[in-house]
Design a protein around this ligand. Sequence first.
Ligand code: C2E
Ligand code: MG
Ligand code: MG
Length: 683
Amino acid sequence: MRILLVEDNHGDARLIDMQLREAHDNGRLAQPAITIAQTLAQAQASVVDAEFDVILLDLSLPDTHGRDTYLRMQQTAPDLPIVALTGNDDEKLAEELVAAGAQDYLVKGQVDAALLARSMKYAIERKRSEEKLRLVAQVFEVALEGIMVTDAKQAIISVNRAFSDLTGHAEAKIIGMPMFGLVPDEGLFRKVWATQSSGEHWQGEAICHRLNGEHFPVWLNINAVKNASGHITHHVAAFNDITVLKKTEERLRHIAQHDILTGLPNRMLFEDRLTQALALARRNETLAAALFIDLDRFKIVNDTLGHAAGDELLRMAAHRLRGCVREVDTVARLGGDEFAIILGELASREDAALVARKVLQVMGRPFSLESQDVFVTASVGIAMYGEHGDDSNIMEQADIAMYHAKRAGRNNFHFFAPHMNELSQQKLALETDLRQALDRDEFVLHYQPQVDPGSGRLIGVEALIRWQHKARGLIPPSDFIPLLEDTGLIIPVGEWVMRTACRQARAWIDAGIPPLRMAVNLSARQLLLDDLPNMVTGILTETGLPPELLEIELTESIVMENAAEAVTALGKLKALGVRIALDDFGTGASSLSYLKHFPIDTLKISSAIIVEVEQAADAAIAGAVLSMARNMKLDSVAEGVETATQLDFLRREQCDSIQGYLISRPMPPEALAELLEQSRKTR
Ligand code: C2E
Ligand code: MG
Ligand code: MG
């Protein structure tokens, strides 16, 4: 044991030295290594130079005296235990020393070896536990967690700095207050109290209220402290602020419930909100509506301008939709180009119609993408809550209504009506069948002649698709072309049409029939396909049909709606040597001045205009269109010619060819063969 003996009196020093050795000899003390200092200055120098386990300090030294001696020594060696040696029996001084932190004191002359050894060991031990307590206190103080210690009755006896920082409560002001006054949640309080009374550890989330009235979430950890006999003496509660954690959690939940692209609620959250809205409507006996919204031409935009533009369009659409409703209404993206709206607390059905109209209006405005204006419209289905029995399938009803809106020509809205259920069943069945129709070879082409109105000579034919359905018989294209377009099946089916028509035209040539123009209809999706020119070239090569005998028909509205892309796509087709016809001309809202930008060969005048010819006054329109065609050096074909009056008129106006029931209905190739036979004879 390394001992610093600070003693100026030689006799006293020798005595203590002897007693220390005696204690060692008796086994009361480890081997002592004694350094003697005679002044405080010497002692202070010694503790700097060497290490000691304990200091024996005489308080009366040449350079200092009494309490001062102790304080100065302690300052120099704060980590060492000090046993003070007093010369006289001064109780007052002894008390002062202990209060100042001395580990023990001995009165000279009343000391024997045993007492000296015990006092030193005790001093060392005491110093050690003091250090430990100081460390614990420091940890308590610097901990980032807020900590409070209460007595067994849960009155606060101590809190740390973090506690005060987090709660705003100064320690002095809350000593004695009940612990859970700071966690003012009744239910939680009882739960925590129950586990604490049984001496168990409790941890969980709680809300901590700040002095200033704010509150924040915390993770709370409470332990009961028991004494040796197992009784609870204290509770220690530690908590940390989990605001950031909760925010992250919230963000994650947001991500799970929202569509990343548009930020709108996704299907999951939508269904939650719908359930709530319906429950509310039921309770308050108000009206609620679900709107199902599908963009009409989104797939085309996505295919032609690319996904980035498609995404941008969806974002813009989402934004516009939000603008159509009140803050409380939900607008969600269900996936793809499908959106939905929940309208709660409506006064009338008309309120829902109002929103639907607004939706159509905002979606009809051009979307400016990649510095061009893109047009997409929307079709909207509305289902009213409570109108049609079970409303658990209100979204299904809205979906069905939307489908009907689409069928009725898109860009409009329909309310759900019960009879639609049946129709949609049919639609589903039809769609399933349609997917297999191509493989099962159920499509057929009928051909309708186009003849010279003067001579009746056959100029060409138009290929028109039909679906030979096993149960329903021959289905007209108007019943399935929209479905083919929606499902994308129009691409392979359209290719089949072109190949079959070209092959047929070639077969007629091979059979010795004078070459006929073969007109084939194309839908928008096909026109916008990058691969279209390749497909056409392939088919022409494969069938050996001269390109100038193929006439590709595109409706005026398809071309006008995709004006920019159409100019390019038509240019590429034209370069292959095929002809191009503008179908159903006069029904779309084309600007006539635009017409000359398109590389077209033929203008097909819509039957809607030809019908007008019956009323002499309106024949002027047909006449004007025909003369315009002549001026632009375009071939003209009149569609839907049914009467002799029309025929006379067209003959007079020098229309190049006519097509219609008056001449012939579209017919299967075998039936047409006969007609071709006749035409050969008339030549
Ligand atoms: P479209 O290209 O304008 O074809 C003319 C339509 O008018 C045909 O109807 C034809 O049967 C009908 N029609 C002909 N003459 C008369 C007449 O005198 N009176 C009346 N009331 N109608 C007449 P269809 O065959 O039902 O075809 C309807 C539409 O379906 C076509 O209109 C065309 O847009 C589309 N279509 C037909 N086949 C195809 C195809 O293979 N591909 C694509 N994309 N569309 C096709
Ligand atoms: Mg046509
Ligand atoms: Mg037509």
